[in-house]
Design a protein around this ligand. Sequence first.
Ligand code: FB9
Length: 514
Amino acid sequence: MTSSKMAAAATSVSTDDLAQFILNTLDRDGAIASSADLRFQGQQVENQALHGALTSLERREMITYETIEFDKWVLTAEGADIEANGSHEAKVFNAIPADGLAIGDLGKKVGAESAKIGQGKAFKNKWIGKGKDGKLVRLVATIRDVTQEDLATIKKTHAHSDAKVLAELKKRKLCDKEKVTHYRVAKGTHFSTVIVKQATDLTVDMLLSGSWQNLDFKKYNFDALGQEPSGGHLHPLMKVREEFRQIFFEMGFEEMPTNRYVESSFWNFDALFQPQQHPARDMHDTFFLKNPATSNRFPKACMEQVKQVHSTGGFGSIGYGYDWKEEEAEKLLLRTHTTAVSSNMLYKLAHQEGGFTPAKYFSIDRVFRNETVDATHLAEFHQVEGVIADVGLTLGDLIGFINVFCQKMGVTNIRFKPAYNPYTEPSMEIFSYHQGLGKWVEIGNSGMFRPEMLGPLGLPDNVRVIAWGLSLERPTMIKYGIDNIRELLGHKCDLEMIQKNPICRLDKKMGREN
Ligand code: FB9
């Protein structure tokens, strides 16, 4: 009977009863050579229960025990059948009469399985061959069913002198190795057949009554693993965010204040030279606020300049030539990009005490787009943005910065594809060849802010501002091997994933990364 069946057969007994049984057995027999011979209520004792009883008795020094482990070879069901009824190859041999047997009739005689497996083996053993009429013929008068004999040995001794035989039969799934654990038990220094209920806590009553003096206190098990302290767990997104923040700080960037999701259309669109009839500005793409619906808390002088550059141009631009409406710019919305914060910061940079100074800003925070939700898009995501303002910056500087940034996030082999944004010219999409996914992955977007944006913000003419953006969700999904964004965010998100996800190393290949 295989040990697993034995374990199943073994009835689950209470640790105390089992402990008492062990003490009585020790008392009767002096020692227990192997717990495998123990029969509690006629049943084999299950190792786990046994181990529990032994450790509690050992802790009281009533017994000592040692664990003995060894491998035991047991037959599989097929092995047991062959041990009982002979090997497939022997069955084939025995099925062939002196005048041979048509191959087609073999299956009927020994069964399809034996015919298939046995034929090959019998041929290999040169027991049978093909007669000139194509029939199967015997090549020897008698055979020794070595397979059956070897299986019989294993059945009896749970071992075999020839490791090659064991390996071969294991490969043929006729036998398998099992780890057997049993215990040798002896009396301990405090051996007794009486298990004194041990006191676990020292109580006031015991102290007041003095009863503690003749109580047997349970020893503290200082090896016991304490309860895992439950603590907070960072969502993978927050771990990736921290990685990006460190990259920006390493590159000398300052974090922009992004704690205000509600923005005016002015800073989110108009200041970015995004025309008022641009498709992104209608409610199909943007969440506009109902209450409060509008705000005109933006600098009038700047607004006049924005109005002018949209309608009639300026700063070297012909503008869009449409009738720009202040009330449109007053509409409040949930920001569609953190670039809205960048425009506001650039305005402050231009109007700060002492005038413009070079700056490197970054933002990582939520943005909202009224998009159709699918496996990689929700109505909100976290935008990561880098902005650099300085005199004479070039597209080369932008490409340079993006290269350094990507290297630090473990993304190499990038290439740029011309793109279009209302607020940058030239604009470039960033792609990287992802070994794991075996394809070019769009990493993000970038560009040089247009003079029609920078001029009205009050930045000096010779100042250039370069910027790039990407999401937090995509790298997080790739690094943590998550295919559907709804597993990462939202009500379907499994808390286990948040409690058990590994630390994030952007610059290293992570366990579950594609
Ligand atoms: O994150 C994106 N892709 C990405 C990023 C990192 C990454 O890392 C891997 C571990 C190695 C893998 C993939 N994207 C940007 C590209 C696509 O996912 C794209 O389909 C979806 N984009 C979002 C917008 O969707 C409408 C990602 C989001 C995005 C796109 C553009 C910007 C920001 C976020 C921008 C910008 C910008 C441009 C110019 C100036 C200032 C900002």
